[in-house]
Design a protein around this ligand. Structure first.
Ligand SMILES: Cc1cc2nc3c(=O)[nH]c(=O)nc-3n(C[C@H](O)[C@H](O)[C@H](O)COP(=O)(O)OP(=O)(O)OC[C@H]3O[C@@H](n4cnc5c(N)ncnc54)[C@H](O)[C@@H]3O)c2cc1C
Length: 384
């Protein structure tokens, strides 16, 4: 077993870290307060091809479609500096652009994938509804066939990139059968009449990332915009989320790493009782637990990426990675705040933001409870 990164992966890691520290870090606090992403950074990220990471060069991407580990490294490095940016690019790449590349027709790739990969248009994956969260099968947004077009009616909530996205993957109900056969995924261009953005959420964490409601009132979508097949949306959504969870795990590894680094730095600076607090065993044990948790999350994330690239069934691995990495990020952020004492709550240090941002990993694309269900179901039904 070889744990080393290739020279190319090391270069990607170095370049992304330098980029994130130079361009994202200086405006992270401002973006968090304003609750919006910086447009200059957006343009620079386009130049770096971060929006086309998982897409082949022929469609305007960076050509890392068969190197998910590199995608993880990029996402991790961005997440180490700003979780709002890593959720933005992570969602765009993993659950919008990549599915169109993997499951779309050539016509869909030419029309939708190229602008997504070049970062000319941002994407969102719209699954959650007011009464369909963990239970994705409960989707009620309806799509009814009228001639060659489907008419969409309903709304979606909590969509990452929702208010700024130009291309949507929308999970809709097209039949009355059981959930497994009743759902279909549509690619929707936001210029389509009847589509509008609803409430923009005011969130605890990842505040600069846009989380919005999407409203569909008689939105007509052509037949050729169906991703995959009619009635195959539930199965496809689960596959899309399998890949998306690797991305979230990588975001959380980056965020956990940031907390760990901040805690170590502070423990080596702050003095109480005549010595650095890092010399107290109580602080050392926290740092050890943080480091072990973050590294466990990283190893599981890289393993899931490896399995994905080898063409193996990686659903179990991605759920484990997401569960462990997100809980590690939350624990690390909690401990980093504790190590900072009162300053852990103050804006003067970044750990209060890490603490707020970390919560997202345990919730979206399947809560920790749902990951535990997925993992247990897999083990009980399919074995090891
Ligand atoms: C920052 C952020 C970004 C998001 N981005 C997107 C996005 O881009 N696209 C999108 O479609 N959605 C998005 N979501 C929605 C997210 O995926 C859902 O919030 C999540 O799946 C949980 O659904 P819910 O909020 O309805 O909670 P519920 O499903 O109502 O769950 C409430 C509680 O019950 C628990 N629970 C539910 N069922 C079970 C069970 N069977 N066993 C044990 N416990 C259970 C849950 O774990 C949770 O603790 C986002 C959410 C957030 C916070």
């Amino acid at each position: 077993m070889d744990f080393s990164l290739t020279e190319k992966q090391k270069m990607i890691q170095k370049t992304t870290r330098e980029f994130a520290e130079k361009y994202i870090a200086p405006i992270t606090e401002e973006s968090d307060q304003k609750q919006e992403l910086n447009q200059d950074v957006f343009e620079k990220m386009k130049e770096m091809n971060f929006f086309g990471t998982c897409i082949p060069k022929e469609y305007g991407g960076a050509g890392l479609h068969d190197d998910t580990l590199s995608f993880c490294i990029i996402t991790e490095e961005i997440g180490r500096v700003d979780a709002s940016w890593s959720i933005t690019t992570g969602v765009h790449c993993s659950v919008v652009a990549s599915p169109i590349y993997r499951f779309g027709t050539e016509e869909q790739k030419q029309k939708f994938l190229i602008p997504l990969a070049k970062g000319e248009k941002l994407g969102t994956f719209a699954l959650t509804e007011a009464n369909a969260g963990s239970d994705a099968g409960g989707v009620q947004l309806s799509a009814v066939l009228d001639g060659d077009e489907w008419i969409l009616n309903g709304s979606k909530i909590f969509n990452t990139n929702g208010g700024i996205a130009k291309i949507l993957l929308v999970v809709a109900k097209t039949g009355e059968e059981s959930a497994r056969k009743a759902l279909t995924i549509f690619i929707v261009d936001t210029v389509t009449p009847g589509y509008s953005v609803g409430v923009k959420e005011d969130k605890l964490g990842v505040r600069a990332s846009n989380t919005s409601e999407l409203v569909f009132q008689d939105v007509r979508v052509p037949q050729e915009n169906i991703l995959g097949k009619i009635g195959d949306g539930f199965r496809l959504a689960l596959k899309i989320l399998d890949f998306g969870r690797i991305s979230i795990a990588a975001q959380c590894v980056g965020l956990g790493q940031a907390s760990l680094e901040a805690a170590v730095k502070y423990a080596n600076e702050r003095e109480q009782f005549g010595q650095k607090i890092g010399r107290f065993q109580g602080i050392q044990w926290k740092i050890t637990d943080m480091a072990c948790a973050v590294e466990s999350g990283r190893l599981l994330t890289y393993k899931a990426a490896y399995m994905c690239d080898k063409g193996l069934d990686y659903g179990l691995a991605s759920s484990m990675a997401k569960l462990v990495a997100s809980e590690a990020a939350m624990q690390a952020a909690h401990d980093a705040c504790q190590i900072h004492g009162g300053y852990g709550l103050m804006k003067a240090y970044p750990v209060e933001r890490y603490f707020r941002d970390a919560k997202m990993g345990e919730i979206y694309e399947g809560t920790s409870e749902i990951q535990r269900l997925v993992i247990a179901n897999h083990l009980l039904r399919k074995g090891f």
